[in-house]
Design a protein around this ligand. Sequence first.
Ligand code: GUN
Length: 291
Amino acid sequence: MSKIIDGKAVAEKVLAECLEDIQELKNAGVTPGLAVVLVGEDPASKVYVGSKVRKCAELGLHSRKIELPVDASQEDVLAVVNELNDDPLIHGILVQSPPPPQIDEDAIVRAIDPAKDVDGFHPVNVAKLTLEDASGFVPCTPAGCMRLLKEAGVETSGAEAVVIGRSMIVGKPMALLLMSKQGNATVTVAHSRTKELAEVCRRADIIVAAIGMPEFVTADMVKEGAAVIDVGINRVDDSSAKRGYRLVGDVAYDEVAPKCSAITPVPGGVGPMTIAMLISNTIKAAQQSMA
Ligand code: GUN
């Protein structure tokens, strides 16, 4: 019964909309610019940062990639952020998470000009999301999940939604979006200390899994006909795979999919949407900089 939500196709649709806005901005003399800062050598982060910069080039956006060594100091990172805050050609700044342990990530996020915080992590943007002030930036991954639900025709209004995970990047903003006037869902946020998690999940019309545990959500936790959004990207060892690992989500896809009305695959579900929403936020930052 399940409908596989094609994140790549929806991301392409979002990016096609972006292209029109980019052209309009260029006609007005502004090329949207994104700066991506990578501290250290985390292999997954390197891949993500590479794809973000490549996508900018593909769409004709200005971009800067700033790589700092794994032993960079807090002051080094703050100096880069301050320089980017002052760079008129840069409208969006993203510091890839997680940074190495000597870096105080909260302090870095607070140093980013909220008007350039295209990740939506700065307290000003967190407040704007809570207040449903549309001038703020919504974190890319949950914004992408909302768009996927919409494009798949999943009704959120009045639905029971369970978000598994309470991170600032996904779980908390996802819950805020689902409960907002845009989502109108009844939202439960479950996490590692939740009692009777399976029972809580079984109530859900919509499950958003964002806990970073491979194949955590199993068929017994999912109500027949539920819609499932899988935010997880986990590497699990697989000696039969060329790279020695394969990617799996937070949902045990093969057993859960047959019960769902709609489900996102991994890869090809939420992943492509995150970059699309980042580009969309960068365009919004450029537009707002002209006002
Ligand atoms: N690491 C994983 N997801 C994200 C994201 O959306 N933004 C940043 N800056 N780092 C991440």
